[in-house]
Design a binder for this molecule. Structure first.
Ligand code: F6P
Length: 369
């Protein structure tokens, strides 16, 4: 009997369960494979006693349209930075990766399939370099992983953000207001840009292009005549004013290593007021609503394709690789390539041209072609 272990790491993402189900269903067609899930990323292996769940077709029945992950996840700690409490109450990060790899091998696990974003795939690569048979599946609503055309969960997040723009347009128009919608995406503006185009926002501010407040103000003022008018601004959580830093929130959770972004929308409203912009403004922060709930059909299909391919890679022993979607194919790419560069919006991206072609301001002067 061969064994594959699934881990879901980092922030949850619509489609995780659909990937898990696809792996299990594909594996069930082979008589000699057992699929296990580690609870809460690699914690399930590292805990004493360990917490693994046997994933049979029965266990994964009907989960493809459930949000979240049935094997839980975490974006804290991990095998290379396991938090250990010191006598004085502080925490130190301990590298438990060697011990974990030994444990996984002792458990008779032939392949690990790690479903996660850039942080998780960095861990996958480091574990692979230490000898673990590991395969990555690209997961993130941010769509910031390169080497794949798309990550699952992203289109669902865009759908939710677009719905929010649609709703804000009607209330903005009724009240002659400017609505600022803050969306997720970390350092990538894909969710913001797609939602702005799909929802018909007037301004879209993304992390890749720090904005000039006077350009934003001029665009919004042009939407008002004698105090009447409205506009919707989509602002990515990682967007910032030219020369200013990111908007961040404090976070004292043990082992949380990311910068917690937040406040870009309210910062923008303050900057517009300070610049003399007069119409009423309101802010909506969409937050984790973009990550919860059912995946849209596109993401379920993508997840199924990733899951089936990942299991086939496990059977073939194609380790140290990540599944990637390169239309119309599903291929495997070295993890090291997948984590080398993030996938960010560039000025020459077709969607940037579409957005500006629609008259959406990105808050910057665009270079003349
Ligand atoms: O990477 C996914 C993401 O949702 C980002 O868009 C966001 O910045 C971050 O995770 C939020 O993380 P947390 O769930 O830890 O607050």
């Amino acid at each position: 009997m061969k064994r594959a272990l699934i881990v879901t790491g980092g922030g949850d993402c619509p489609g995780l369960n659909a990937v898990i189900r696809a792996i299990v269903k594909r594996a069930a067609q082979e008589k000699d494979w057992e699929i296990l899930g580690s609870i809460q990323a690699f914690n399930g292996v590292l805990w004493e006693p360990s917490e693994l769940k046997v994933l049979t077709p029965d266990v994964v029945k009907g989960i493809h349209f459930q949000g979240g992950t049935i094997i839980e996840t975490t974006n804290k700690g991990g095998p290379f930075a396991w938090p250990v409490k010191n006598k004085d109450g502080s925490y130190s990060a301990v590298d438990r990766s060697d011990e974990m790899i030994r444990k996984i091998q002792y458990m008779g696990i032939d392949a690990v399939i790690s479903i996660g974003g850039d942080g998780s795939q960095r861990i996958s690569q480091a574990l692979y370099e230490k000898g673990l048979n590991i395969i990555g599946v690209p997961k993130t609503i941010d769509n910031d992983l390169s080497t794949t055309d798309s990550t699952f969960g992203f289109q669902t997040a865009v759908e939710i953000a677009t719905e929010a723009v649609d709703k804000l347009v009607t209330t903005a128009a009724s009240h002659n207001r400017v609505f600022v919608l803050e969306v997720m995406g970390r350092y990538a503006g894909w969710i913001g840009l797609n939602a702005a185009v799909a929802g018909g926002a007037e301004v879209c501010l993304i992390p890749e292009f720090p904005y000039d407040i006077n350009i934003v103000k001029a665009k919004l003022e042009a939407r008002f005549t004698r105090g009447r008018g409205f506009a919707v601004v989509v602002v990515s959580e990682g967007a910032s004013l030219q020369g200013a830093g990111l908007s961040v929130e404090e976070n004292d959770e043990v082992g949380y290593e990311n910068l917690r972004l937040g406040g870009a929308g309210s910062a923008l409203i303050k900057q517009l007021k300070a610049a003399g912009f007069e119409p009423d403004m309101r802010e909506t922060v969409l937050g984790h609503l973009q990550r919860g709930g059912v995946p849209i059909a596109y993401d379920r299909v993508l997840s199924a394709q990733f899951g089936v391919k990942a299991f086939e890679m496990a059977m073939e022993g194609d380790f140290g690789k990540m599944v990637a979607y390169r239309h119309p194919k599903f291929i495997s790419v070295p993890l090291i390539e997948a984590i080398a560069e993030p996938n960010l919006v560039t000025l020459d991206n077709a969607l940037v041209k579409t957005a500006t072609g629609l008259g959406i301001s990105l808050g910057i002067d665009l270079p003349k072609e």
